[in-house]
Design a protein around this ligand. Structure first.
Ligand SMILES: Cc1ncc(COP(=O)(O)O)c(C=O)c1O
Length: 349
Protein backbone atom coordinates (compact mmCIF):
# COMPACT_ATOMS: atom_id res chain seq x y z
CA UNK A 1 0.00 0.00 0.00
CA UNK A 2 1.33 3.45 -0.93
CA UNK A 3 1.58 5.62 2.17
CA UNK A 4 -0.54 8.76 2.03
CA UNK A 5 1.09 11.90 3.38
CA UNK A 6 -2.15 13.39 4.69
CA UNK A 7 -3.37 12.43 8.14
CA UNK A 8 -7.10 12.83 8.73
CA UNK A 9 -8.00 13.56 12.33
CA UNK A 10 -11.51 12.39 13.20
CA UNK A 11 -10.89 11.90 16.92
CA UNK A 12 -12.97 14.92 17.89
CA UNK A 13 -14.29 18.27 16.73
CA UNK A 14 -11.98 19.78 19.36
CA UNK A 15 -9.04 19.30 16.96
CA UNK A 16 -10.28 22.15 14.76
CA UNK A 17 -7.94 25.10 14.47
CA UNK A 18 -9.01 28.76 14.11
CA UNK A 19 -10.17 30.04 10.72
CA UNK A 20 -8.22 32.85 9.00
CA UNK A 21 -11.02 35.27 9.98
CA UNK A 22 -10.65 34.23 13.63
CA UNK A 23 -6.88 34.73 13.52
CA UNK A 24 -7.35 38.18 12.07
CA UNK A 25 -9.98 39.11 14.67
CA UNK A 26 -7.66 37.88 17.43
CA UNK A 27 -4.76 39.93 16.14
CA UNK A 28 -6.88 43.08 15.99
CA UNK A 29 -9.02 42.62 19.10
CA UNK A 30 -9.57 45.65 21.32
CA UNK A 31 -8.85 44.41 24.82
CA UNK A 32 -8.80 45.48 28.45
CA UNK A 33 -8.59 43.88 31.89
CA UNK A 34 -11.62 41.61 32.04
CA UNK A 35 -11.44 41.30 35.82
CA UNK A 36 -12.13 45.05 35.95
CA UNK A 37 -14.95 44.44 33.45
CA UNK A 38 -12.97 46.43 30.91
CA UNK A 39 -12.54 44.09 27.98
CA UNK A 40 -14.95 45.22 25.24
CA UNK A 41 -14.41 42.09 23.15
CA UNK A 42 -15.28 39.80 26.04
CA UNK A 43 -18.39 41.94 26.71
CA UNK A 44 -19.35 41.64 23.05
CA UNK A 45 -18.97 37.86 23.14
CA UNK A 46 -20.93 37.53 26.37
CA UNK A 47 -23.75 39.73 25.12
CA UNK A 48 -23.90 37.89 21.80
CA UNK A 49 -23.98 34.48 23.51
CA UNK A 50 -26.69 35.57 25.95
CA UNK A 51 -28.78 36.93 23.07
CA UNK A 52 -28.37 33.79 20.95
CA UNK A 53 -29.47 31.64 23.88
CA UNK A 54 -32.25 33.91 25.06
CA UNK A 55 -30.73 34.27 28.53
CA UNK A 56 -30.20 37.45 30.55
CA UNK A 57 -26.45 37.09 30.78
CA UNK A 58 -23.48 34.94 29.82
CA UNK A 59 -19.94 34.43 31.06
CA UNK A 60 -16.78 33.53 29.13
CA UNK A 61 -14.82 30.67 30.69
CA UNK A 62 -11.69 28.87 29.49
CA UNK A 63 -13.25 25.43 28.99
CA UNK A 64 -16.44 23.42 28.98
CA UNK A 65 -15.29 21.52 32.04
CA UNK A 66 -14.86 24.77 33.94
CA UNK A 67 -18.18 26.05 32.66
CA UNK A 68 -20.04 23.00 33.94
CA UNK A 69 -18.25 23.12 37.28
CA UNK A 70 -18.73 26.86 37.79
CA UNK A 71 -22.44 26.39 37.01
CA UNK A 72 -22.82 23.51 39.46
CA UNK A 73 -20.88 25.40 42.15
CA UNK A 74 -23.37 28.24 41.67
CA UNK A 75 -26.44 26.00 41.90
CA UNK A 76 -25.25 23.75 44.72
CA UNK A 77 -23.72 23.94 48.17
CA UNK A 78 -21.36 21.32 49.60
CA UNK A 79 -23.19 18.04 50.11
CA UNK A 80 -25.90 18.89 47.59
CA UNK A 81 -26.53 16.09 45.15
CA UNK A 82 -26.38 16.41 41.36
CA UNK A 83 -28.63 14.12 39.33
CA UNK A 84 -26.93 13.21 36.05
CA UNK A 85 -26.74 10.57 33.35
CA UNK A 86 -24.52 7.48 33.42
CA UNK A 87 -23.09 8.51 30.02
CA UNK A 88 -22.66 12.18 30.82
CA UNK A 89 -19.43 14.01 30.13
CA UNK A 90 -19.56 15.46 33.67
CA UNK A 91 -19.59 11.93 35.08
CA UNK A 92 -16.99 10.40 32.74
CA UNK A 93 -14.54 13.04 31.72
CA UNK A 94 -14.40 15.93 34.16
CA UNK A 95 -12.19 14.28 36.78
CA UNK A 96 -15.05 14.20 39.28
CA UNK A 97 -14.52 17.94 39.79
CA UNK A 98 -18.00 18.57 41.17
CA UNK A 99 -17.31 16.04 43.92
CA UNK A 100 -13.62 16.85 44.38
CA UNK A 101 -13.94 20.63 44.53
CA UNK A 102 -17.62 21.24 45.27
CA UNK A 103 -18.35 18.37 47.65
CA UNK A 104 -21.31 17.36 45.48
CA UNK A 105 -22.21 13.67 45.32
CA UNK A 106 -23.60 12.37 42.03
CA UNK A 107 -26.93 10.60 41.80
CA UNK A 108 -26.51 8.69 38.59
CA UNK A 109 -29.34 7.63 36.30
CA UNK A 110 -28.77 5.30 33.38
CA UNK A 111 -29.06 7.09 30.06
CA UNK A 112 -31.32 5.51 27.47
CA UNK A 113 -29.77 4.98 24.04
CA UNK A 114 -31.28 8.27 22.85
CA UNK A 115 -29.44 10.17 25.59
CA UNK A 116 -32.45 10.83 27.82
CA UNK A 117 -32.79 9.84 31.46
CA UNK A 118 -36.24 8.38 32.20
CA UNK A 119 -38.36 11.07 33.86
CA UNK A 120 -39.84 8.66 36.39
CA UNK A 121 -36.32 7.76 37.53
CA UNK A 122 -35.42 11.42 37.83
CA UNK A 123 -38.51 12.03 39.94
CA UNK A 124 -37.60 9.12 42.21
CA UNK A 125 -34.06 10.47 42.56
CA UNK A 126 -35.18 13.94 43.65
CA UNK A 127 -34.85 13.94 47.44
CA UNK A 128 -37.92 14.87 49.43
CA UNK A 129 -37.29 18.24 51.10
CA UNK A 130 -36.80 18.37 54.84
CA UNK A 131 -36.06 14.66 55.40
CA UNK A 132 -33.33 14.37 57.99
CA UNK A 133 -30.21 12.70 56.65
CA UNK A 134 -31.01 13.14 52.98
CA UNK A 135 -28.75 15.32 50.90
CA UNK A 136 -30.50 18.21 49.17
CA UNK A 137 -31.00 17.77 45.44
CA UNK A 138 -29.00 20.70 44.09
CA UNK A 139 -29.36 20.35 40.33
CA UNK A 140 -30.25 18.07 37.45
CA UNK A 141 -27.56 18.04 34.76
CA UNK A 142 -28.49 17.00 31.25
CA UNK A 143 -26.35 16.84 28.11
CA UNK A 144 -27.43 17.98 24.65
CA UNK A 145 -26.17 16.74 22.28
CA UNK A 146 -25.33 13.60 24.22
CA UNK A 147 -21.75 12.79 23.28
CA UNK A 148 -21.38 9.20 24.51
CA UNK A 149 -24.78 8.25 23.09
CA UNK A 150 -23.53 9.20 19.63
CA UNK A 151 -24.26 12.94 19.61
CA UNK A 152 -27.99 12.42 19.98
CA UNK A 153 -30.31 15.40 20.17
CA UNK A 154 -32.68 15.46 23.15
CA UNK A 155 -36.28 15.74 22.04
CA UNK A 156 -37.95 19.09 22.79
CA UNK A 157 -41.04 17.40 24.24
CA UNK A 158 -38.84 15.47 26.64
CA UNK A 159 -36.89 18.58 27.62
CA UNK A 160 -40.08 20.53 28.34
CA UNK A 161 -41.44 17.73 30.51
CA UNK A 162 -38.15 17.50 32.37
CA UNK A 163 -38.17 21.25 33.00
CA UNK A 164 -41.77 21.09 34.29
CA UNK A 165 -40.87 18.22 36.60
CA UNK A 166 -37.78 19.98 37.94
CA UNK A 167 -39.74 23.22 38.49
CA UNK A 168 -42.38 21.33 40.44
CA UNK A 169 -39.66 20.32 42.89
CA UNK A 170 -37.77 23.62 42.72
CA UNK A 171 -34.64 21.98 41.30
CA UNK A 172 -32.62 23.88 38.66
CA UNK A 173 -31.75 22.20 35.36
CA UNK A 174 -28.25 22.72 34.00
CA UNK A 175 -27.68 21.77 30.38
CA UNK A 176 -24.20 20.69 29.30
CA UNK A 177 -24.81 21.99 25.81
CA UNK A 178 -21.20 21.72 24.68
CA UNK A 179 -22.68 21.10 21.21
CA UNK A 180 -25.97 22.99 21.60
CA UNK A 181 -25.72 24.48 18.12
CA UNK A 182 -25.34 21.01 16.62
CA UNK A 183 -28.60 20.14 18.38
CA UNK A 184 -30.24 23.31 17.09
CA UNK A 185 -29.16 22.82 13.48
CA UNK A 186 -29.94 19.08 13.44
CA UNK A 187 -33.44 19.55 14.85
CA UNK A 188 -34.13 22.84 13.09
CA UNK A 189 -34.97 24.37 16.46
CA UNK A 190 -33.67 27.77 17.59
CA UNK A 191 -30.90 27.38 20.18
CA UNK A 192 -32.87 29.84 22.27
CA UNK A 193 -35.85 27.46 22.42
CA UNK A 194 -33.63 24.57 23.47
CA UNK A 195 -31.91 26.72 26.11
CA UNK A 196 -35.32 27.81 27.45
CA UNK A 197 -35.82 24.25 28.71
CA UNK A 198 -32.91 24.66 31.14
CA UNK A 199 -32.16 27.26 33.80
CA UNK A 200 -28.52 27.40 32.83
CA UNK A 201 -26.45 26.20 29.95
CA UNK A 202 -22.81 25.68 29.06
CA UNK A 203 -21.70 25.55 25.45
CA UNK A 204 -18.29 25.27 23.82
CA UNK A 205 -16.79 27.60 21.25
CA UNK A 206 -13.82 25.28 20.82
CA UNK A 207 -15.55 22.27 19.28
CA UNK A 208 -17.48 22.31 16.01
CA UNK A 209 -17.43 26.12 16.01
CA UNK A 210 -13.62 25.91 15.65
CA UNK A 211 -12.58 28.68 18.06
CA UNK A 212 -9.25 27.84 19.69
CA UNK A 213 -10.32 28.29 23.33
CA UNK A 214 -13.34 28.84 25.45
CA UNK A 215 -16.86 28.10 26.52
CA UNK A 216 -19.81 30.16 27.65
CA UNK A 217 -22.22 29.70 30.50
CA UNK A 218 -25.55 31.47 30.33
CA UNK A 219 -28.50 32.01 32.64
CA UNK A 220 -30.18 34.71 34.68
CA UNK A 221 -28.23 37.86 35.59
CA UNK A 222 -28.18 36.68 39.23
CA UNK A 223 -26.85 33.28 38.25
CA UNK A 224 -24.06 34.77 36.15
CA UNK A 225 -23.10 37.16 38.91
CA UNK A 226 -22.77 34.11 41.24
CA UNK A 227 -20.93 32.09 38.59
CA UNK A 228 -18.26 34.79 38.39
CA UNK A 229 -17.32 33.74 41.93
CA UNK A 230 -17.10 30.09 40.88
CA UNK A 231 -14.99 30.99 37.85
CA UNK A 232 -12.62 32.98 40.06
CA UNK A 233 -12.24 30.14 42.56
CA UNK A 234 -11.40 27.80 39.70
CA UNK A 235 -8.76 30.17 38.35
CA UNK A 236 -10.74 30.97 35.24
CA UNK A 237 -11.08 34.74 35.62
CA UNK A 238 -8.82 36.16 32.94
CA UNK A 239 -7.32 39.51 31.95
CA UNK A 240 -6.96 40.60 28.29
CA UNK A 241 -9.04 37.62 27.25
CA UNK A 242 -10.57 39.60 24.40
CA UNK A 243 -7.67 38.19 22.37
CA UNK A 244 -9.36 34.78 22.49
CA UNK A 245 -12.95 36.02 22.86
CA UNK A 246 -12.53 37.65 19.42
CA UNK A 247 -12.34 34.19 17.87
CA UNK A 248 -15.48 33.24 19.79
CA UNK A 249 -17.39 36.18 18.29
CA UNK A 250 -16.38 35.05 14.80
CA UNK A 251 -17.32 31.47 15.71
CA UNK A 252 -20.83 32.49 16.74
CA UNK A 253 -21.31 34.72 13.72
CA UNK A 254 -19.89 32.48 11.02
CA UNK A 255 -19.62 28.86 12.11
CA UNK A 256 -23.08 27.89 13.36
CA UNK A 257 -25.02 27.48 10.12
CA UNK A 258 -22.33 25.35 8.49
CA UNK A 259 -22.63 22.63 11.17
CA UNK A 260 -25.19 20.97 8.91
CA UNK A 261 -22.32 20.08 6.54
CA UNK A 262 -20.65 18.14 9.38
CA UNK A 263 -23.91 16.33 10.06
CA UNK A 264 -24.34 15.35 6.41
CA UNK A 265 -20.78 14.01 6.32
CA UNK A 266 -21.32 12.08 9.55
CA UNK A 267 -24.40 10.47 8.00
CA UNK A 268 -22.46 9.48 4.86
CA UNK A 269 -19.65 8.15 7.03
CA UNK A 270 -22.06 6.16 9.22
CA UNK A 271 -23.87 4.63 6.24
CA UNK A 272 -20.56 3.75 4.62
CA UNK A 273 -19.27 2.11 7.81
CA UNK A 274 -22.54 0.19 8.26
CA UNK A 275 -22.02 -1.32 4.81
CA UNK A 276 -18.60 -2.75 5.78
CA UNK A 277 -18.65 -6.36 6.85
CA UNK A 278 -17.83 -6.68 10.57
CA UNK A 279 -18.80 -3.13 11.58
CA UNK A 280 -22.06 -2.26 13.32
CA UNK A 281 -23.50 1.23 13.47
CA UNK A 282 -26.74 2.23 15.14
CA UNK A 283 -27.78 4.62 12.38
CA UNK A 284 -30.60 6.05 14.52
CA UNK A 285 -28.02 7.44 16.92
CA UNK A 286 -26.22 9.36 14.18
CA UNK A 287 -28.07 12.66 14.34
CA UNK A 288 -25.27 15.21 14.40
CA UNK A 289 -21.48 15.05 13.87
CA UNK A 290 -20.60 12.02 16.02
CA UNK A 291 -20.47 8.43 14.80
CA UNK A 292 -19.99 5.70 17.43
CA UNK A 293 -19.77 2.17 16.10
CA UNK A 294 -18.57 -1.29 16.97
CA UNK A 295 -16.39 -3.89 15.30
CA UNK A 296 -16.79 -7.63 15.47
CA UNK A 297 -16.17 -9.02 18.98
CA UNK A 298 -12.88 -10.75 18.15
CA UNK A 299 -11.36 -7.40 17.26
CA UNK A 300 -10.37 -5.19 20.22
CA UNK A 301 -11.38 -1.54 19.82
CA UNK A 302 -7.79 -0.53 20.57
CA UNK A 303 -6.54 -2.74 17.73
CA UNK A 304 -9.03 -1.23 15.30
CA UNK A 305 -7.98 2.29 16.34
CA UNK A 306 -4.30 1.36 15.92
CA UNK A 307 -4.91 -0.20 12.51
CA UNK A 308 -6.73 2.95 11.37
CA UNK A 309 -3.87 5.07 12.67
CA UNK A 310 -1.43 3.00 10.66
CA UNK A 311 -3.51 4.09 7.65
CA UNK A 312 -3.32 7.76 8.71
CA UNK A 313 -6.85 7.98 10.10
CA UNK A 314 -7.03 9.12 13.71
CA UNK A 315 -10.13 8.03 15.64
CA UNK A 316 -11.03 7.56 19.32
CA UNK A 317 -11.42 4.47 21.41
CA UNK A 318 -14.74 4.89 23.22
CA UNK A 319 -14.79 1.51 24.96
CA UNK A 320 -17.11 0.08 26.15
CA UNK A 321 -19.43 1.94 23.78
CA UNK A 322 -17.32 1.36 20.68
CA UNK A 323 -15.04 3.56 18.64
CA UNK A 324 -15.81 7.13 17.70
CA UNK A 325 -15.32 9.34 14.67
CA UNK A 326 -16.34 12.99 14.71
CA UNK A 327 -16.78 15.19 11.65
CA UNK A 328 -15.80 18.83 11.72
CA UNK A 329 -14.85 21.92 9.74
CA UNK A 330 -11.40 20.61 8.87
CA UNK A 331 -12.52 17.14 7.82
CA UNK A 332 -14.00 17.44 4.36
CA UNK A 333 -15.26 14.86 1.88
CA UNK A 334 -11.72 13.61 1.32
CA UNK A 335 -11.49 12.70 5.02
CA UNK A 336 -14.71 10.71 4.84
CA UNK A 337 -13.59 8.89 1.67
CA UNK A 338 -10.22 8.10 3.23
CA UNK A 339 -11.77 6.89 6.51
CA UNK A 340 -14.17 4.57 4.69
CA UNK A 341 -11.41 3.20 2.49
CA UNK A 342 -9.20 2.58 5.54
CA UNK A 343 -11.99 0.96 7.56
CA UNK A 344 -12.82 -1.40 4.70
CA UNK A 345 -9.14 -2.31 4.37
CA UNK A 346 -8.75 -2.95 8.11
CA UNK A 347 -11.82 -5.17 8.24
CA UNK A 348 -10.81 -7.21 5.23
CA UNK A 349 -7.14 -7.61 6.26
C1 LIG B 1 -20.48 17.04 26.16
C2 LIG B 1 -19.23 17.72 26.62
N1 LIG B 1 -19.28 18.50 27.69
C3 LIG B 1 -18.21 19.15 28.15
C4 LIG B 1 -16.99 19.03 27.52
C5 LIG B 1 -15.79 19.71 28.10
O1 LIG B 1 -15.21 20.67 27.32
P1 LIG B 1 -13.66 21.07 27.50
O2 LIG B 1 -12.88 20.02 26.80
O3 LIG B 1 -13.58 22.41 26.86
O4 LIG B 1 -13.38 21.11 28.96
C6 LIG B 1 -16.89 18.22 26.38
C7 LIG B 1 -15.58 18.06 25.70
O5 LIG B 1 -15.41 17.28 24.80
C8 LIG B 1 -18.04 17.54 25.92
O6 LIG B 1 -18.00 16.72 24.86
Amino acid sequence: MRKRTLVFDLRSDTVTTPTPEMREAMANAVVGDDQYGEDPTVRELEELAARMLGKEAALFVPSGTMGNLAALLTHCGRGDEVILGSESHIFWFESGGAAALGGMPFSMIENALDGTMPLEKIELAIRPAGRSGYPRTGAIAIENTQNRCGGTVLDMGYLSELKALASEYGVPVHMDGARIFNAAIASDTPAEAIAATADTIQFCLSKGLAAPVGSMIAGSADFISGAKGGRKILGGAMRQSGTIAAAGVVALKTMVERLGEDHARARRLAEGLAAIDGLTVDLDSVQTNIVIFDCRPEMEHADFVAAMKARDILISNYTPRGVRMVTHYQAGDDAIDAALEAAAAVMSA
